[in-house]
Structures are given as structure tokens and as C-alpha cells.
Design a binder for this molecule. Structure first.
Ligand code: AMP
Length: 116
């Protein structure tokens, strides 16, 4: 059984953050430590710890993360200039919070996909 993370408190609005989107399935808010002028996290309200834990029944929910991301990119004015959507998984992927989230990054040229 996966353990709840700080993101549950954000979903429940128990800690203050700039909520950009919320419905019964998905919540989006600004990353506390932005790596680009736009850095938004889009998360399912349901706890799924890592990409490895996504089940067939979650397919529509995962799709919704992307449609919300697209909408927010437009809202942020970066849809045309471009952006990057990333989901990190486990240690080598650099995952720190074990509640899956899509990073929406943009607002500047992001360079190579992976910096070694
Ligand atoms: P990851 O390394 O993919 O697990 O990303 C976790 C992200 O969550 C990092 O970019 C953190 O800056 C961000 N983060 C952690 N705590 C908070 C918080 N309370 N509010 C907003 N973003 C957070």
C-alpha cells in the first residue's frame, strides 16, 4: 500500500499553494522550486505512487493529465513556443515525491533532453 505524500495535502488544500486547476480527477499547481519560467505539476487526485503502478483502469486518468497540461500551457502562453512534459520514475528517474506527477516546463528554450 503506497503512502500518502505532501501532494495529498495540496489536493485537500490543507497547505497553501497556487492552485491552477482542480476537478474531481486532477489537480495542478506551481512547482515550489521552479526549473523554468513555467514549472507546473499536474497530478491525479488518486494516489498512484510511480509510473510502474499505473494500471489499465488508469488510462483515462493519465490521458486527462495531458489534456489539463495542454490547457495550462495555452493559459501560460507557451503552447506555441513549446514546452516539455516529464514524469520521473524511481531513483534513476530522479523521482522525489511518490505520487505521480507530470512536470510542465517551458517559457525558455529547454535545451537537450538529458544533461549528462
Ligand atoms: P520529482 O523529482 O519528479 O518527484 O518532482 C517532485 C517535485 O515536487 C519537485 O520539482 C519539487 O520541487 C516539487 N515539490 C515538492 N514539494 C512541493 C510543494 N509543497 N509544492 C509544490 N511543489 C513541490
Amino acid at each position: 500500500m503506497a503512502e500518502e505524500t505532501i501532494f495529498r495535502k495540496i489536493i485537500n488544500q490543507e497547505i497553501s499553494t497556487e492552485l491552477l486547476y482542480q476537478d474531481q480527477f486532477v489537480t495542478a499547481f506551481r512547482d515550489i522550486s521552479p526549473k523554468a519560467p513555467t514549472h507546473i505539476l499536474i497530478i491525479p487526485n488518486k494516489l498512484i505512487a510511480t509510473a510502474n503502478d499505473i494500471e489499465i483502469e488508469d488510462e483515462a486518468l493519465i490521458g486527462k493529465l495531458y489534456t489539463v497540461a495542454k490547457q495550462l500551457a495555452k493559459q501560460e502562453g507557451i503552447a506555441e513556443s513549446g514546452y516539455r512534459l516529464i514524469m520521473n520514475c524511481n531513483q534513476d528517474g530522479g523521482q522525489e515525491v511518490f505520487h505521480i506527477h507530470l512536470h510542465l516546463l517551458g517559457g525558455k528554450p529547454l535545451g537537450r533532453m538529458i544533461c549528462s
